[in-house]
Design a protein around this ligand. Structure first.
Ligand SMILES: Nc1ncnc2c1ncn2[C@@H]1O[C@H](COP(=O)(O)OP(=O)(O)O)[C@@H](O)[C@H]1O
Ligand SMILES: [Mg+2]
Length: 237
């Protein structure tokens, strides 16, 4: 069991209905992801990155083929089981971080814990630890409008990490950030991946992000064009 991939994508094809016909967004994709891997999907806009991340995140299902996430074939899950998989094991970071404006940083990170039976004390411990991971423990009481873009995205990472998910899926997480903030964000995620053995899968156009990835998967027209293991250019020291 220990050698089993944490995510296994087998012959995955995704077709969307468009007009009277269909559009093939993913074409027979085969990929394996191992625990703790720090890897990314790259490719031009429209190449299928978001579609594939959505399937790996159990937000969508393949038309054909299988997506096995933490040992579960996501096509066979009920709505409730797929919500449970996302809730317990997956974290999401998007290009737009969508914090709830009327709540504080603390409350935004706490939000997903309210669905479960954590005590207030446990929630506080988990939220503050997560904010410490991203270096924002001192601004827990601020409202999102008072944050910089880089800080907002760090809150989004804390929110994704608060339940210590095994997998974090990050869809172009640095697309709206300047270079300095992009480096901080990606270094933060790389450190968390090392410390917590979290598997990170990105989609990105960003050269700065690519420099940190252990593996780059190039998509083009819904197909895997190339896969490379890379010697990460940036270390964490
Ligand atoms: N719900 C949908 N209905 C129809 N076409 C879609 C849908 N979602 C994505 N597509 C199409 O699938 C292709 C891949 O989209 P996407 O995965 O968003 O690419 P990327 O994230 O690489 O930019 C695009 O041509 C897009 O228009
Ligand atoms: Mg996309």
């Amino acid at each position: 069991m220990t050698t089993e991939s944490i995510i296994s994508i087998k012959d995955v094809t995704k077709r969307f209905p468009v007009g009277g016909g269909e559009f093939t967004a993913l074409h027979k994709i085969n990929l394996e992801f191992e625990t703790g891997e720090f890897s990314g999907l790259i490719g031009p806009s429209g190449s299928g990155k978001t579609t594939l991340l959505n399937i790996m995140g159990s937000l969508d299902t393949p038309t054909e083929g299988q997506a096995i996430v933490m040992g579960k074939d996501i096509s066979k899950l009920t709505h409730k089981q797929s919500a449970l998989l996302r809730n317990m094991h997956l974290g999401f970071v998007f290009q737009v971080y969508n914090l709830l404006p009327v709540y504080t940083v603390f409350e935004n990170v706490e939000f997903s814990l309210l669905l479960q039976n954590w005590s207030a004390a446990e929630r506080k411990k988990m939220v503050m630890e997560s904010l410490e991971w991203v270096g924002l423990q001192d601004i827990a009481d601020k409202k999102p409008a008072k944050l910089s873009g880089g800080e907002g995205q760090r809150v989004a990472i804390a929110r994704a990490m608060v339940k210590r998910p095994e997998i974090v899926l990050a869809d172009e997480p640095t697309a709206n950030l300047d270079a300095a903030n992009a480096h901080t964000i990606i270094q933060t995620m790389k450190r968390l991946s090392h410390e917590l053995k979290t598997t990170f899968i990105f989609s990105t156009h960003d050269e700065k992000v690519m420099g940190y990835l252990d593996r780059i998967i190039s998509l083009e027209d819904g197909k895997v064009k190339k896969e490379q293991q890379v010697e990460a250019k940036f270390s964490l020291s």
